[in-house]
Design a binder for this molecule. Structure first.
Ligand code: NAD
Length: 507
């Protein structure tokens, strides 16, 4: 652990500022259980590595079944005590708004932690913090505006429908947007009055541990918000199999999502909300306006966050009459999106999260070439920073649905371009996937837009944009992209039970 040297109060702006801030940073690396930081009971740790230079940032507590059992016990006890679960919603709101204010105060530090921990560019990490804070404020502000129901009965009865918290919620999250994915889960779960145990990814555990301290500072009572760093097959599995956890709120791969449903079936039928993978189609019709702007947007849709995005626009479907011209424009846009030092505010892409993911992406690129797709740009690892893991923005044309790069979620900066001639062919290609997380549609023809939108098998459709939306609309998928919805009032509703109360009255 390095200790602070030169604390600065002015917000960092340049690469040098961010480097200085990184030098001065210290990391909490212990689990947060009940009301404080503790080592894992086993004493085991794992290394958190900065993928931009290969350096170890911290040795983090590696929690397992015993720690999970301990945290679940404290979460349940807190729920029973009722200091949070039975607190008036308006009071929970005030505490969560205080937490949002603390996140605002510490947003540079939290963004920096995520950048160092998983390699995303600092500008993008700051963008995540804006989303994180907005999510917390939205749920805090909403919770004292949610009403129960009075059923339409005759005079002899009174039917009430009450909303009650679920109990203990375990949130298991990935590494690609560490803070934001966390907020999407914990903000509605906490607002609804649950006790929450967060298991961050083993690839990006550090910001969650800083968050635990800020949550305590904001006044969240003991046992209500705990953080267990560690691996999926140990502490994650223990939470998923626990008889005392009432809900699993998961974001991650489809493969692990399927396992979690099995664990719920093997244990206590806990609720399982899944936000899983994608292979999202971005459909460009020849009638769309301003091809340069659309091409830049299509490049950003795949290369943002190094392609490590669940809703990456990884399948670009282009009408054949403009395909060659359009791909040339995408390649030009991609040129300006080369990876840079993640601490440089001007970098568009950063480092790939770890060696496993780096190798997996390069393997897919190799397979794409072997399967006969046309490599039009990128395709190689880059030595952007010494000791770091970087990959050039990569574009394949002439991809078909049988090719692995056309079907599998690569989770890296690799774009697969398909051609189509008719609207029907575009719809068939778009829906030919196990996933259904997001889809994009570029056209000026409103009739076509609505025809195609209705037929796309997707939880969200972006028309003449990619990844638009704010806190007011739900985010989630269909098919094997999962069954949950983050953001919006729909997400808040997922974290409460309905209780029916029926009174017999004397008329
Ligand atoms: P992952 O499934 O490998 O891991 C996600 C989390 O699950 C991690 O915390 C991990 O430790 C835990 N885990 C792994 N095995 C487990 C087990 N057996 N029991 C309990 N927990 C277990 O996914 P990842 O590599 O961290 O993230 C990338 C994936 O996340 C991609 O597929 C991406 O599409 C998806 N994702 C989806 C969304 C969405 O909103 N739909 C958002 C971001 C990422």
């Amino acid at each position: 652990m390095s200790m602070p040297k030169t604390p600065t109060s002015t917000p960092p702006k340049t690469l040098a500022d961010w480097r200085a801030k990184a030098e001065a940073l210290s990391f909490e690396s212990r689990a947060f259980i009940d009301d404080g930081f503790v080592d894992a009971l086993s004493g085991d740790t794992f290394e958190s590595i900065n993928p931009a230079n290969g350096q170890c940032l911290a040795k983090v507590a590696s929690c397992d079944d015993a720690d999970a059992e301990r945290a679940v016990r404290h979460a349940r006890a807190a729920f029973e005590r009722g200091e949070w679960s039975r607190l008036a919603p308006g009071s929970r709101k005030r505490i969560l708004l205080r937490l949002a204010d603390l996140l605002e105060q510490h947003k540079h530090e939290l963004a920096l932690i995520d950048t160092l921990d998983m390699g995303k560019p600092i500008g993008s990490a700051l963008g995540d913090m804006a989303g994180t804070i907005a999510c917390l404020r939205y749920n805090a502000e909403s919770i004292d505006k949610v009403f129960g129901e009075v059923a339409p009965t005759g005079e002899e009865s009174l039917g009430l429908v009450l909303r009650e918290p679920l109990g203990v919620v375990a949130s298991i999250v990935p590494w690609n947007f560490p803070m934001m994915m966390t907020a999407w889960k914990i903000a509605p779960a906490l607002a609804a009055g649950n006790s929450v145990i967060l298991k961050p990814s083993e690839k990006s555990p550090l910001s969650a541990l800083r968050l635990a301290q800020l949550a305590q500072d904001a006044g969240i009572p003991r046992g209500v918000f705990q953080v267990l760093p560690g691996f999926g097959h140990t502490v994650g599995k223990a939470l998923a199999l626990s008889m005392e956890v009432n809900c699993l709120a998961f974001t991650g791969s489809t493969q692990v999502g399927k396992q979690l449903m099995q664990y719920a079936g093997q244990s206590n039928l806990k609720r399982v909300y899944l936000e899983c993978g994608g292979k999202s189609p971005n459909i460009v019709f020849a009638d769309c306006k301003d091809l340069d702007a659309v091409a830049a947007n299509a490049a950003e849709a795949i290369f943002h966050n190094q392609g490590e995005v669940c809703i990456a626009g990884s399948r670009l479907l282009v009408e054949n009459s403009i395909r060659e011209d359009f791909v040339t424009r995408v390649l030009k846009a991609a040129e300006a999106m080369q990876p840079g030092d993640p601490l440089d505010p001007d970098s568009f892409m950063g480092a790939i999260v770890d060696e496993t993911q780096h190798k997996r992406i390069l393997d897919f690129i190799r397979q794409g070439v072997e399967e006969g797709a046309l490599l039009r740009g990128g395709g190689q690892a880059l030595e952007t920073c010494p000791g770091g893991l970087f990959i050039a923005p990569t574009v394949f044309d002439g991809v078909t649905p049988e090719m692995s790069i056309g079907r599998e979620e690569i989770f890296g900066p690799v774009l697969a371009v398909f051609g189509f001639d008719t609207e029907e062919e575009a719809i068939q290609l778009a829906n030919d996937s196990q996933y259904g997380l997001a889809a994009g549609l570029w056209s000026q023809d409103i009739d076509r837009i609505m025809r195609v939108t209705r037929r796309l098998e997707s939880g969200q459709v972006f028309v003449n944009n990619w990844a638009g939306g704010d806190q007011t609309v739900p985010f989630g998928g269909v098919k094997q992209s999962g069954n949950g919805r983050d953001k919006s009032m729909h997400s808040l509703a997922e974290y409460s039970e309905l209780k029916t109360v029926w009174f017999s009255l004397r008329p």
